[in-house]
Ligand binder design. Structure first.
Ligand SMILES: C=CC1=C(C)c2cc3[nH]c(cc4nc(cc5[nH]c(cc1n2)c(C)c5CCC(=O)O)C(CCC(=O)O)=C4C)c(C)c3C=C
Ligand SMILES: [Fe+2]
Ligand SMILES: [Fe+2]
Length: 329
C-alpha cells in the first residue's frame, strides 16, 4: 500500500526570461516563437525571419521593457506563479487533510515540464491534473501546453493518469473574482470609470480556422459586465499585444485608447482578464505604454486594475477547479 497523495497538480503558465537582458530575452523568445502552435509559418521561411531579423532586433527593446517591471523577486510572472502555486498547495492540504503536490511548469523556459514532471513522479503520485493558467482556450497557449507535456512524456515507459482543464472562461468563481477586483478598485477610488476589458490578441486567421478564443473572451466580458450590473455603454472589449503584420483580433486596445483620448474621455479603468498573473503585457504594455497613448492623445484619468494573481478569491477558483476535475480520483 502506498501512502502517496491521490493526485498531483501541474500548474502551467507561459514562461518568462531568466533576466531582463537581451541575451536572456533572446533565449526565451527563440524557444517561444519557434513553437508552431504560436506561429504557424512554414519552418524554413520562419527560421530565416526569426533568426535573421526578429532575434537580432527585438531582444534589446524587449529587455528594456522587462527591466522596467523587474522586481527583487525576479520576473512578476514567475513570482506571482510561485505565490499561486504555494497558495493552492496550502488550500488543498487544508481541505483534503493531506499534502497534495502542486508543481509549477512553464511552457517555455524554466521550470520545464520535464523538471516539474520529475518532481511529481518522485512524490509518488500516479494521477496528474494539468491546470493551464489560461481561462480562455487558444491553440497558441492551452494547446501548446498539451503538446509540450506530450513531448516531455515521450521517453516514459509508462504514463500517469492524466486530466487537463481546457478552459474556465465562464466559471462562476472566475467571473466573481474579476468582478470583486473591479468593485474594490472603484470603491478605493470613490468613483467609476469606463471599464475596458483588454485581452491578449491572436491572429484573426487562427479564429477563422476554429480557435474558440474570441468567443471565450466575449463570453467572459459579458458575464463580468452582467455581474457588475453594467449597461453596454459602461464597458468595452478589446485585444492587445499584436505581433507581426497580419490582422489580429479587433478592436485593438492601443488604437481604441488613442481614439478615446482624442475624444477627451475623462476616465478609463483597464482590466486584462486573460492574464491570470501580472506580467510584461499588463504591467508594461497596459499600465505604462497604453497609459501614455491615452494621456498623450488627450485622455483624462487612466487606471490599470491588477490581475487576479494570488488573491484569495482567485485561489477559491483554482481550488474549485481542482475539486471539480478530480472527481472519482
Ligand atoms: C504570434 C505571437 C503570439 C501569440 C499568438 C500570443 C498569444 C498569447 N500570449 C499570451 C500570454 C502572454 N504573452 C506574453 C508575451 C508575449 N507574447 C508574444 C507573442 C504571442 N503571444 C511575445 C512575442 C511575447 C513576449 C514579449 C514581446 O516580445 O513582445 C506574456 C508575458 C510573459 C512575461 O514574461 O511577462 C504572456 C503572459 C496569451 C494569453 C495568448 C493567447 C491567448
Ligand atoms: Fe503572448
Ligand atoms: Fe506586448
Amino acid at each position: 500500500m502506498s501512502n502517496s497523495a491521490p493526485f498531483g497538480v501541474l500548474m502551467v503558465n507561459l514562461g518568462t526570461p531568466e533576466a531582463p537582458t537581451p541575451e536572456a530575452v533572446r533565449k526565451y523568445l527563440g524557444e517561444f516563437l519557434w513553437d508552431p502552435r504560436v506561429i504557424d509559418v512554414s519552418r524554413p521561411v520562419w527560421w530565416a525571419i526569426l533568426n535573421g531579423f526578429i532575434l537580432r532586433t527585438r531582444p534589446r527593446k524587449v529587455a528594456e521593457a522587462y527591466a522596467s517591471i523587474w522586481t527583487d523577486e525576479g520576473s512578476p510572472l514567475m513570482s506571482y506563479s510561485r505565490k499561486q502555486q504555494r497558495a493552492l498547495a496550502a488550500r488543498l492540504e487544508a481541505s483534503m487533510g493531506q499534502p497534495i503536490p502542486v508543481e509549477l511548469a512553464m511552457t517555455y523556459g524554466s521550470p520545464s515540464m520535464e523538471e516539474a514532471g520529475l518532481k511529481l513522479r518522485k512524490s509518488g503520485v500516479g494521477r496528474i491534473l494539468v491546470l493551464p493558467m489560461y481561462p480562455q482556450f487558444s491553440r497558441s497557449t492551452t494547446a501548446a501546453v498539451f503538446d509540450r507535456l506530450a513531448d516531455a512524456l515521450k521517453p516514459c515507459p509508462h504514463l500517469p493518469e492524466l486530466r487537463m482543464i481546457r478552459d474556465f472562461h465562464d466559471h462562476p468563481l472566475y467571473i466573481k473574482a474579476l468582478a470583486n477586483t473591479v468593485r474594490e478598485h472603484w470603491q478605493a477610488l470613490g468613483k467609476q470609470g469606463h471599464l475596458m476589458l483588454s485581452y491578449h490578441g491572436i491572429p484573426k486567421r487562427y479564429a477563422t480556422q476554429g480557435d474558440p478564443y474570441p468567443t471565450h473572451c466575449e463570453r467572459t466580458s459579458e458575464l463580468v459586465a452582467e455581474e457588475l450590473g453594467l449597461s453596454s455603454t459602461q464597458w468595452s472589449h478589446t485585444y492587445q499585444s499584436r505581433f507581426g503584420r497580419e490582422e489580429w483580433l479587433k478592436p485593438y486596445t492601443d488604437v481604441t485608447l488613442k481614439a478615446w483620448g482624442k475624444e477627451g474621455r475623462e476616465h478609463v479603468d483597464v482590466m486584462c482578464p486573460a492574464f491570470s498573473a501580472d506580467c510584461l503585457e499588463t504591467l508594461e504594455e497596459i499600465s505604462e505604454e497604453n497609459r501614455e497613448y491615452f494621456k498623450e492623445s488627450g485622455g483624462g484619468e487612466y487606471h490599470y486594475i491588477p490581475a487576479l494573481n494570488d488573491r484569495d478569491d482567485h485561489i477559491d477558483l483554482l481550488e474549485s477547479l481542482v475539486n471539480q476535475h478530480t472527481q472519482g480520483w
